[in-house]
Design a protein around this ligand. Structure first.
Ligand code: NAD
Ligand code: ZN
Ligand code: ZN
Length: 381
């Protein structure tokens, strides 16, 4: 099958729209016609080489679309179903069987290898060159091959164009709070970086009953959005003294929970330093940077904890429908973060995300999907 995809041929290059051939599906796979896809900062991390990945590749892992064809052993999905795609997992290892599929023993092999586990590819250039896939998803394409385990079924009445980012960035923000930090009612939380992941943390902290929600960023416009979404305090760490402001807000007690989404060494360290006694920090960025601290004085002496949380330790098939329900109830108004772009504007969309202009770009891949129904949300910028 001939398809179009935004191919990344090498690190630091722009995406190039190219015609590719889609291979044949395996029995546990499906072909999805992509309707729309978010761009996540993790795509950008691979594009600029912050995390190593085989090239050429088709990135994208916040896709939403319609099933075109199902493999022989796929039971729960059929052609025509609306789906959001999240990550792949094996379904049979101890972590998968105990409800922690992002801790799947095969997670890296299934999502970051660029090939199926047998080494085969799903995309090929015209000259036969294999092209790597990402997250068993590669949503920067008109059609893709994915695994049934990646899929979340979406009600046929819903407008799919908004939902792709629920499969990664927002799932991560949500799960980091409910599965990672598990905040106590009326507790305090500070989130460093108010992109899609940080704002997902913030909206969830509000739902979970945190009473002090501090948003930290270097862009005032993002901090305004954070305020709109429920931040009780905002700090521009470029123009204000972070530690002084937090001491003032917390009366010198430190914060119960912090999440870093920036991946910058000094910021990740601040997220440890501002914790109160017994506080927990979750650094969740995809970053080549490290932090240095003294385990005794910085952690042990105050019973502080540092935790890693991948994909919010969420079960996407349970979390995504819950987030759609929260969105309907007005509790998770993530449409406020979104700006839509044409698929051909992918490089502009990535640049706008990097510059801080757009929080969550969504590319409309199939412009004919519900062509007569306007996109009915409020958009930033
Ligand atoms: N752990 C996971 O499973 C997981 C899943 C998805 C994304 N991620 C990672 O999470 C991170 C955040 O993703 P995103 O899509 O929200 O990215 P983003 O780029 O939209 O957000 C990062 C935010 O950090 C802010 N920032 C930059 N420098 C800062 C500083 N010095 N102080 C305070 N704020 C600063 C930026 O202005 C921006 O608002 C990325 O590294 C992404 O790869 C991790
Ligand atoms: Zn992502
Ligand atoms: Zn598994």
């Amino acid at each position: 099958m001939e398809i179009s995809a935004a191919v990344l041929n090498d690190v630091n290059e722009d995406y190039q729209l190219e015609e590719l051939t889609l291979g044949e599906i395996y029995p546990d796979e499906v072909v999805v016609k992509i309707v729309a896809t978010g761009i996540c900062h993790s795509d950008e991390a691979l594009r600029v080489g912050d995390a190593a990945f085989p090239m050429p590749s088709v990135l994208g892992h916040e896709g939403a679309g319609i099933i075109e064809k199902v493999g022989a052993s796929v039971k729960d999905f059929s052609a025509g179903d609306q789906v959001v795609m999240a990550y792949n997992y094996c379904g049979t290892c101890p972590s998968c069987r105990t409800g922690h599929p992002s801790s799947c023993s095969q997670w890296t092999a299934l999502n970051f290898a660029g090939t199926r586990q047998d080494g085969s590819h799903t995309f090929f250039k015209k000259d036969g060159t294999p092209v790597a896939n990402f997250f068993t998803q590669s949503s920067f394409a008109t059609y893709t091959i994915t695994n049934a385990n990646n899929l979340i079924k979406i009600d046929p009445d819903e407008d799919l164009r908004l939902f792709g980012p629920l499969g990664c960035g927002l799932l991560t923000g949500f799960g980091t709070v409910v599965n990672g930090l598990k905040p106590a009612t009326s507790s305090s939380i500070a989130v460093f970086g108010t992109g899609a992941v940080g704002l997902g943390v913030l909206m969830t902290a509000k739902i979970e009953g945190c009473s002090t929600i501090i948003a930290v960023d270097i862009h005032d416009a993002r901090l305004e959005t954070a305020k709109d979404l429920g931040a009780t305090h905002t700090i521009n760490s470029r123009t204000e003294n972070l530690e002084e402001r937090i001491a003032e807000i917390r009366g010198g007690q430190g914060v119960d929970y912090t999440v870093d989404t920036t991946g910058i060494s000094a910021v990740m360290k601040s997220a440890v330093d501002v914790l109160g006694i017994g506080g927990i920090t979750a650094p969740v960025a995809v970053t080549p940077n490290s932090i240095e601290f003294n385990t005794f004085t910085d952690l042990v002496l105050a019973n502080r904890k540092l935790i890693g949380v991948l994909m919010g330790d969420s079960v996407p098939q349970l979390a995504v429908p819950k987030l759609i329900q929260y969105h309907k109830e007005g509790k998770f108004p993530f449409d406020k973060l979104v700006k839509f772009y044409k698929f051909s504007e992918i490089n502009q969309a990535a640049a706008d995300s990097n510059s801080g202009k757009t929080i969550k770009p969504i590319l409309i891949v199939d412009e004919n999907y519900r062509k007569d129904e306007p996109l009915e949300y409020n958009f930033q910028i």
